[in-house]
Design a protein around this ligand. Structure first.
Ligand code: TNX
Length: 484
């Protein structure tokens, strides 16, 4: 099982077998969508009717579980008489159902009818996460991914109890979210992508559908509008945002650090006020990410002027500011979430410490461990290697609590695995970089410190492969793992 639950005990004499007459019961109408989704999946693979009914069933989903397990915690019991999942919230029940999927045989994930038996070894599980923020990031700017492709990405990360989807919605190569007050951002600024091919952008309806689908998986979308660098697509769309009033050309290569918003221009903040307002309006979650990374073309004094002004515009929308760790060099609003992407370099570590001294919390995305776009080894056909080669072991073998020196453990808000897409233009390539590394980052975010052990993890990881095969996931068969 990945992530490893907090506590699991075998019931040695008990086996649950799903029979053709099984039912799925819910003791709270709020669990209907979860029950329907789970039933639909199991109907496809088992061919059973699996009616969903109020009250108890062969498999019973309930709220009313202990508050002490937190909003995502749950208890699960599987024995000869049935399966029960109980949590304080619907979200906790959803995480429990995710666990139940992994307890069932891999073929339960199939899209067509398979032969049983559908057995689960008797067990009790009590489980809750170590961190409240367990993210995956998809860069839809360098290459555009359609709503259906993003939904597929959500399906994949949801298997491992990821609860945040960070969407990198703007960069030099493309602006991907509709802003009614600045329509050329998508019409023109979203038209291309890396390599010069046709790009794309989400209409408000598209974006709402992503947010809805993520919500159905108890995943909160964290939208990122990258500022003040990584802004060529915006600058190309509106000449008035440029210091000289001249729009640059659209950009379809992969350099970073050459573009910047104009810090001394009032229009810059009118622009951001509109953008953050419209983006915040479409964000049920409480966080908006303002980027802040690699602003190599912004004079540092300008950068220090800019970040608090941009942050204020996010706060004004009632949202919590999130940004890459560079933003910590200046003052941060209360409650800011700083995303650390350092590679054990002292400069990045000092910024993380500076963030925490200001009361910010940290989401850890160390590039030499958590970046899913880094090559596995020198011959990996996809990906980059500026942060080094990131094997499966390298990506898993670190402790979020001690990664950054001089940062107290309680300042860690969680972890996130970012997928930058300079070299990735379809889902097969995305899957190849995400699997098998994402489950490891998900486990670092969920499981207790004492459960983290590469030797046992790598056996549990190998056991996931049959599921990925049934699901048709194009995963990398890393030779470090004893695939079965
Ligand atoms: C650095 S790390 C970036 C991105 C690139 C990525 C490629 C960070 C916050 N920014 O602009 O896409 O490296 O790995």
């Amino acid at each position: 099982m990945i992530p490893q639950p907090t506590a699991q005990q075998a019931l040695p004499d008990e086996t649950f077998t799903l029979q053709p007459d099984a039912t799925i019961g819910l003791t709270d109408p709020a669990l209907r969508t979860i029950a329907d989704g789970f039933a639909a999946r199991l109907r496809r693979s088992t061919g059973f009717a699996l009616p969903v009914q109020d009250g108890t069933g062969t498999i019973t989903l309930s709220t009313g579980g202990p508050e002490s397990l937190g909003p995502e915690g749950y208890e699960l019991r599987a024995d000869a008489s049935g399966v029960s999942i109980t949590a304080a919230t619907a979200e906790g029940v959803f995480r429990g159902v995710t666990t139940l999927r992994q307890l069932l045989p891999a073929k339960a994930e199939a899209g067509t009818a398979q032969d049983g038996p559908w057995e689960i070894a008797g067990t009790t599980i009590t489980d809750s996460p170590r961190y409240g923020y367990r993210g995956a990031m998809l860069d839809v700017s360098r290459h555009f991914f359609t709503v259906d492709q993003v939904k597929h990405f959500i399906d994949l990360v949801s298997l491992y109890k990821i609860n945040r989807l960070h969407l990198h919605l703007s960069d030099d190569q493309g602006w991907r979210i509709q802003v009614d007050s600045w329509p050329r951002l998508t019409e023109y600024g979203g038209s291309l992508q890396v390599g010069g091919g046709t790009g794309g952008a989400y209409t408000k309806a598209d974006y709402a559908e992503i947010v809805r689908y993520a919500g159905e998986h108890y995943i909160t979308v964290v939208p990122e509008i990258d500022t003040p660098g990584h802004t060529n697509a915006a600058l190309a769309s509106y000449p008035e945002l440029n210091a000289d009033g001249v729009a640059p050309k659209l950009y379809t290569e992969t350099e970073v650090g050459f573009s910047t918003l104009t810090v001394g221009l009032d229009r810059t903040y009118e622009f951001l006020d509109d953008v953050f307002r419209e983006v915040a309006e479409q964000t049920p979650g409480d966080v908006v990410h303002l980027g802040g990374d690699e602003a190599h073309s912004t004079p540092h004094s300008d950068y220090l002027t800019f970040v608090p002004k941009a942050a204020e515009l996010v706060v004004k929308q009632g949202k919590t500011v999130m940004g890459w760790h560079e933003i910590a060099d200046g003052p941060l609003p209360a409650g800011t979430i700083v995303q650390y992407w350092g590679t054990e370099d002292e400069k990045a570590q000092a910024l993380a410490v500076k963030a925490v001294e200001q009361g910010a919390t940290l989401v850890l995305s160390p590039a030499n461990r958590a970046y899913l776009d880094m090559k596995y080894h020198a011959e990996t056909p996809l990906g980059l290697q500026w942060a080094g080669l990131v094997s499966v072991e390298q990506s898993y073998s670190w402790n979020p609590a001690t990664l950054v020196p001089n940062v107290p453990a309680d300042a860690i808000h969680g972890v996130e695995a970012p997928l930058w897409t300079e070299t990735l233009d379809d889902l097969e390539k995305v899957e190849f970089m995400v699997f098998p590394r994402l489950p490891g980052i998900a486990e670092l975010g969920w499981s207790s410190e004492d459960a983290l052990d590469w030797t046992t993890y790598k056996d549990r990881l190998a056991e996931q492969a049959p599921r990925w095969e049934v699901l048709g996931i194009n995963f990398y068969r890393a030779p470090e793992i004893d695939w079965r």
